[in-house]
Design a protein around this ligand. Structure first.
Ligand SMILES: C[S@@+](CC[C@H](N)C(=O)[O-])C[C@H]1O[C@@H](n2cnc3c(N)ncnc32)[C@H](O)[C@@H]1O
Length: 257
């Protein structure tokens, strides 16, 4: 893919040398990880987040202004957890488009929702300019190649006034909270994943989940990248100091020359 051949401007995390030998190998590496882990993903998220995952995804979209009639794009839809929550607010999934590069994850999502499904990547969205009222991305920002390239795409496909909501788990900065976070996501969660699923692939997916959270750029870098592409009302709010909710909107008129 041509877009990956340039020098990325804002990486979501430094290349993980133990996982892939060069940056261009990252998309394929991440894709096989999710393809192999797909059938376990919903179960792992369910108990791993103490059964709050579905309710939280609905609550957060409600709070940030998703409303009936909106045309929604859920980027990195995975098994459809964010889109499913959106469909409860919208009353149906007919106006939702779900995009993901992983056929494995999409095949699970297709069993849950009567939405439109598209194989694709956040960095090169196959949609016309000004197409969507609300764009979501849940727990996948670490997997893109370049934050600014991705956010420029979000800005392009949103309608003027359209809203962006990005969900992430962010490593806390406090000593005690940092220790707890590292112990849970780095050790306990991957070990329990293997115990419950008996799958090395599922464990590997969750170990990678931790490694990318650990290596992720700080929230200020994400906010700066959102602003750099011309999005407005850029903000980050958090729940429990851990669950980041990045929000922004597309300006209704182009910036003055
Ligand atoms: C942790 S799952 C999140 C799934 C879902 N959004 C949720 O809230 O549970 C991450 C998803 O990001 C997808 N992904 C990886 N690289 C991507 C990219 N460059 N563009 C869009 N999605 C990507 C993966 O295939 C995977 O389905």
């Amino acid at each position: 893919m041509g877009i990956f051949r340039h020098e990325p401007s804002v990486l979501p995390h430094p290349p993980l040398k133990e996982r892939y030998t060069n940056l261009e190998a990252k998309p394929e590496y991440v894709n096989q990880l999710f393809n192999k882990g797909a059938k376990h993903y919903d179960g792992i998220v369910d108990w791993g987040f103490f059964r709050t995952g579905v309710a939280y995804r609905r609550w957060v979209q409600q709070r940030h202004g998703l409303k009936k009639g909106d045309r929604v794009l859920d980027v990195a839809c995975g098994t459809g957890l964010v889109a499913l929550a959106a469909s409860k607010i919208l009353g149906s999934a007919k106006t939702i488009t779900c995009l993901d590069p992983s056929e494995g994850m999409l095949s699970v999502a297709r069993t849950k929702l009567d939405a439109t499904f598209v194989v694709g990547r956040a960095e090169a969205l196959p949609f016309a300019d000004n197409s969507f009222d609300f764009l979501t991305m849940g727990y996948a920002l670490r997997h893109v190649m370049d934050l600014e390239v991705t956010f420029r795409e979000y800005q392009r496909v949103l309608k003027p006034g359209g809203k962006l909501l990005i969900l992430e788990v962010t490593k806390p900065t406090g000593r005690l909270s940092g220790w707890f976070f590292r112990t849970y996501f780095g050790r306990i969660y991957p070990a329990l994943t293997q115990f419950f699923t008996r799958s090395q692939d599922a464990k590997d997916m969750m170990r990678y989940y931790w490694e990318t959270m650990d290596a992720c750029v700080p929230p200020q870098t994400v906010l700066a990248a959102l602003e750099a592409v011309g999005l407005a009302n850029v903000k980050r709010s958090t729940q429990l100091g851990l669950f980041s909710e990045y929000t922004a909107s597309k300006p209704t008129s182009p910036p003055a020359a």
